[in-house]
Ligand binder design. Structure first.
Ligand code: MN
Length: 234
């Protein structure tokens, strides 16, 4: 049987003029039975449409901050580096993914991008805009859980994990602020941040603020998220 092909958006290192990948994104997909491929950074709409047809599912990775222009805000000084090239391919590709109803998993920047692209807003910097005692920007090792999330009852995540709370790792300084229309919250941190969402009208469009790619080896719940995503793409 052919494995489902999972297209993964590349990370961009502007200073080194290079594209790169955290191995855990690919290994997490591979361990769940998928065939991961890193996508190019093309802006050509025809090519992006073709890529959308080539892959059975799409993983939008972590990385630079989403450009505040995408959600109609001026940039704050605390907003980090952005990647206009990624914003552009991800905006076009997401639209193709949603119209074809292909499975989508967003991680970290992936949840933020999904929310912004669908009409929501982001905290540009949590310490500046939503200070909290909860650790959201942990030090290594990154597979160690540092805070808890409450899983929404009756959400697909609750059905998958059969749990009310979850210990998660956390490495982000931005987060979902106003939830985009159509998105449904699946998990919330102790200090009230949206940490997982889904798009209920689609077959499998999920996104999480934590990092399964760093913890799938040690955390069975992270493996289950990769498995549910790859199964939806099968
Ligand atoms: Mn967090």
């Amino acid at each position: 049987m052919k494995k489902p092909v999972i297209g993964i958006t590349p990370l961009v290192d502007a200073a080194r003029e290079s594209l790169w990948m955290v191995p855990g994104y690919m290994e997490g997909v591979a361990c769940a039975g998928g065939l991961p491929v890193m996508l190019p950074l093309t802006k050509d709409p025809d090519e992006i449409r073709q890529i959308a047809g080539l892959c059975d599912g799409f993983l939008f990775t972590g990385g630079q901050d989403v450009s505040p222009a995408l959600y109609g805000e001026d940039r704050l000084p605390q907003c980090g580096e952005t990647s206009p090239a990624r914003d552009e391919i991800e905006r076009l590709l997401l639209s193709e993914i949603l119209s074809a109803d292909k499975p989508f998993l967003g991680i970290c920047r992936g949840i933020q991008f999904l929310n912004a692209a669908l009409g929501g807003t982001l905290y540009q910097d949590l310490p500046a805009q939503s200070p909290s005692d909860i650790e959201h920007h942990q030090k290594p090792p990154y597979d160690v859980p540092v805070h808890t999330v409450r899983i929404e009852k009756n959400s697909p995540l609750s059905e998958l994990l059969r749990a009310e709370t979850l210990k998660v790792n956390s490495y982000h300084h931005q987060a979902v602020r106003a939830l985009a229309p159509g998105l449904s919250v699946m998990a919330v941190s102790e200090d009230g941040l949206v940490e997982a969402v889904c798009l209920p009208e689609k077959k499998f469009v999920w996104a999480v603020q934590w990092h399964p790619e760093f913890a799938y080896k040690t955390d069975p719940n992270c493996r289950k998220i990769f498995e549910a995503f790859v199964a939806a793409a099968s």
